[in-house]
Ligand binder design. Structure first.
Ligand SMILES: *Cc1c(COP(=O)(O)O)cnc(C)c1O
Length: 494
């Protein structure tokens, strides 16, 4: 059955999956959503015998219905290959506390690789299918991890260029170095004087700038987005929740049909939304536990039904979650409004006008699958130390937020359902924060000394992504004010 996509802010525009991937955002500023969430066709038992790539195909074919089998399998094969340092792509690590689903085995050691290693292939395939001859320009705002993963995915991909904006003082030193050393003639990296929300709002403005689009169209360019609002990112993220359940089943850790809970360290609400879609496809998931850091706008939202971004933006040791506007939440809002685009558009207008909105009582009832909480900086550090000491397992700061929130959930509810925690980054990406949490004495060491020290205590080899940047030259040095972003884009496309 053909799945078509419409905007969360107006139902008139209906596009195919490949068109939605190319556009990124709908014309009216809304996000593309499928007409209905499809149900899995294969049983979880059948899926449990499959490889990651096979499960990915079974999930993605249900959403990307205008891709042929050959096209889709080709994208999957190119994406989930030896770029990943393990054949299983997304291993589950069992500890005393939970199952950690390691989503960081791709080329940039953060979970963004799970979707961004396939997005360029989906996009160039989509361009071919739609007879697009323009060069596709990917504009991306990043809180640190998307940027590098998108750069790595699109570098030297024919027919594309990529420009990444990141908050100059809002990413970790390793994250920054990873981006600034990116090779590829079609890549550009720009630090902005502002925070992630400024970068994201700036990019959204460029996308909806009709004048700029016309000007670039004449030169043979068109914009697209690699941000997590693109359904070409959302759909590949659903796969690993299906896969995780199937693997627990294959290893007889759970019985067929047994409910599991899922905990996700959340920023833009993309990853947890993918888990919600997996649940709605038929994966037996109980609670979706949404973990925030000190930027706890989502925790407050789940507690009160009021989404309010009018607050101080806090820089934390989990920078990829330092976000006050969780873009993908819009897809959930639309759904709990009964797929009412008018109602959703009204709330989103309030968000951009007054910086807040409140959902109705009826809509609140639609949030019962979710539980929200947050972990502050001290709790996050304590969690890293505790998991290391109790289990000999080193987790990164983002995963630690999730793990700490999971502890609060169990203490509060007594619910001991088996649980999968999305482990979204390698500890090597946030080495200083991780090592300081384990022992303050490490603060005296340099970034790369810390890397070696971590390798010793965690008994895990230093990933390639880190080895590479030890000596790599800096290739990008552009910075700009938020209101200069448009000129910087123009200059890049000269
Ligand atoms: C992006 C990111 C997150 C947040 O994911 P969302 O999909 O934006 O909610 C969490 N942890 C890490 C390491 C990330 O890179």
């Amino acid at each position: 059955m053909e799945v078509l996509y419409s905007s969360t802010r107006g139902s008139s525009e209906k596009v195919t999956a490949s068109q939605a991937i190319l556009k990124g955002l709908a014309e009216d500023g809304g996000l593309f959503v499928p007409g209905a969430i499809p149900a899995l066709e294969k049983s979880l038992k059948e899926l449990s015998a499959m490889t990651y790539q096979e499960v990915a195909y079974e999930v993605m074919k249900l959403y990307l219905t205008d891709f042929t089998e050959e096209e889709l399998k080709n994208c999957i094969t190119k994406a989930y290959d030896a770029k990943f340092d393990t054949d299983v792509i997304a291993p589950l690590v069992e500890t005393k506390k939970a199952y950690y689903l390691e989503l960081f085995h791709g080329s940039t050691i953060a979970f963004k690789d799970m979707a961004l290693s396939i997005l360029p292939h989906l996009m160039t395939t989509a361009a071919r299918k739609n007879q697009i001859t323009n060069e596709i320009v990917i504009l991306t705002a990043t809180s640190g991890d998307t940027g590098k993963a998108a750069l790595a995915g699109f570098a030297d991909v024919e027919g594309t260029r990529i420009m990444v904006f990141y908050p100059k003082n809002g990413v970790s030193p390793i994250q920054e170095k990873q981006m600034l050393t990116q090779k590829g003639a079609n890549t550009s990296v720009v630090g902005i004087y502002g925070n992630f929300d400024d970068a994201q709002t700036g990019v959204k403005k460029l996308f909806s700038d009709k004048e700029l689009a016309a000007e670039l169209g004449e030169k043979g360019f068109q914009f697209s987005s690699a941000n997590s609002i693109n359904i070409g990112r959302l759909v590949p993220q659903i796969c690993y929740y299906v896969y995780a359940y199937a693997k627990l089943l294959a290893e007889e850790k759970i019985a067929d049909g047994e409910l599991i809970n899922v905990v996700v360290p959340t920023g833009n609400f993309g990853n947890i939304l993918a888990a919600f879609y997996a649940k709605n496809m038929g994966v037996p998931i109980g609670k979706l536990i949404c973990a925030s850091n000190d930027n706890k706008v989502l925790y407050d939202f789940f507690a009160t039904g009021v989404y309010d971004r009018n607050r101080d933006f806090v820089l934390t040791t989990s920078p990829s979650m330092d976000i006050l506007i969780s873009s993908n939440l819009e897809r959930l809002i639309y759904r709990i409004a009964g797929n009412d685009a008018g109602k959703n558009a009204e709330l989103m207008a309030a968000l951009s006008g007054q910086g807040k909105y409140e959902i109705t009582e009826e809509m609140k009832a639609g949030l019962s699958d979710f539980y929200g909480n947050f972990a502050d900086e001290a709790e996050t550090a304590a969690e890293i130390k505790a998991i290391y000491e109790d289990c000999g397992y080193v987790i990164d700061t983002h995963t630690a937020v999730a793990s700490a929130v999971y502890g609060k959930y169990v203490a509060e509810t007594g619910d001991t359902t088996k649980t999968v925690i999305a482990s979204t980054a390698s500890p090597y990406k946030f080495t200083r924060s991780v090592m300081n949490a384990i022992d303050e004495k490490y603060d005296a060491l340099s970034d790369f000394e810390l890397v070696d020290e971590l390798s010793g205590i965690a008994n895990v080899a230093v990933p390639n992504a880190i080895e590479e940047i030890r000596t790599a030259p800096i290739l990008h040095d552009k910075q700009c004010q938020v209101d200069e972003m448009k000129d910087v884009v123009r200059a890049f496309l000269q």
